[in-house]
Design a protein around this ligand. Structure first.
Ligand code: MG
Length: 341
């Protein structure tokens, strides 16, 4: 077993409602058993109180127990780790991912087959445009010519958000989704959302700050556009509480703790009549590929984190032209570019 911190460098500054990033620290792990290696990735999130160092410690603490036991019973292993309560979402996700990769390789089948998920013919992801000046955002939209679906980040300044969307609509008629990352007040959301609806936006993600479920429920009942929640929903435990506040949820491996929990969330959301999208953080092709294996279960995809970085240490799924293509390779079908990883 080994872990490694790695700086993922962004091609361009990535602006969100509350932050701008130039790079993100990822934590990778490798579990070796029966002559093969399983790879896992964590994208520690400061916003959710994670640090790379704590994630490394959590992975190392649990990896040795895992390798001492029977690695095939991934659900049992992940349940035990969750119950121990000392591994955050992204640390769990890295271990879960490495286990699926490992077991898939040992059995010589891709993870989606291991899970019994038939890949859809066409898996299209959105491509994210971060917040910047209006001119830079329009440049980014032009550069994203190959992607049929765009996700526009908003929430820093509602007046600019409206102008940005009006200007974008002048240059493209693509499917557009909006993510405010909790940056609007209820009043701002009520002003902005009808205008976005007129401009043909498909849905709005996390309009209000996390924790504002009452106001978000009010917005849901009133909104001309579907409302998705992201920052408010981490694991299946959260899903029931917010059924009244949204039309859909954004599931991320890094928030929920990996494929095992993501499957539980998607089933629960479907039973409750909620739409599902699979999202990501800034991640390498390793974690994006892990998401791709369960992507066929979702209504919407936002798996573009690896397209935004310039030093991807893995070769795996890349959504060229916005389309995700799963290879028929064992495990996650991902290769490290450097050895030893
Ligand atoms: Mg989001």
């Amino acid at each position: 077993m080994r872990t490694r911190q790695y700086e993922l460098k962004l091609k361009r500054p990535f602006g969100l409602a509350r932050s701008v990033s130039l790079s993100r620290t990822a934590v990778f792990c490798r579990l070796d058993a029966q002559g093969v290696s399983g790879f896992g990735e964590a994208a520690p999130s400061q916003y959710y109180g994670e640090t790379p160092e704590a994630v490394v410690r959590a992975i190392e603490r649990h990896a040795s127990e895992i390798l001492d036991g029977d690695i095939f019973y991934i659900r049992d292993i992940m349940e035990k780790i969750k119950t121990a309560g000392n591994a955050t979402g992204s640390a769990q996700a890295a271990l879960d991912m490495a286990l699926y990769d490992l077991v898939g390789k040992i059995l010589n089948i891709p993870v989606y087959k291991l899970l019994g998920i038939k890949p859809k013919e066409m898996l299209l992801t959105s491509y994210t445009i971060g917040i910047d000046t209006i001119d830079v955002m329009l440049d980014k939209v032009n550069e994203a010519r190959e992607f049929p679906i765009l996700k526009i980040k908003m929430g820093r300044d509602v007046e600019q958000d409206i102008v940005v969307m009006q200007e974008i609509r002048k240059i493209t008629d693509k499917v557009i989704r909006v993510d405010a990352n909790g940056g609007w007040t209820l009043k701002e959301a009520k002003k902005c959302i009808p205008l976005l609806a007129d401009l043909g936006v498909e849905y709005v993600e996390q309009p209000l700050d996390r924790g504002k479920l009452k106001e978000t429920a009010e917005l849901k009942n009133w909104s001309p556009l579907p409302i998705f929640l992201d920052e408010d929903v981490h694991t299946s435990k959260d899903v029931i509480e917010l059924t009244d506040a949204c039309h859909g949820i954004n599931i991320k491996l890094m928030k929920c703790g990996g494929i095992t929990e993501a499957l539980r969330m998607v089933e629960l959301a479907k039973s409750l009549g909620l739409k599902t999208m699979l999202g990501c953080m800034i991640e390498s092709s390793l974690a994006i590929s892990a998401g791709a294996h369960i992507a066929s279960l979702m209504d919407y995809l936002d798996l573009d984190g690896n397209l935004l970085i310039e030093n991807d240490p893995f070769i795996g799924v890349r959504a060229l032209g916005g389309e995700i293509k799963l290879a028929d390779q064992p495990g996650l079908g991902v290769l490290p570019k450097e050895t030893p990883f």
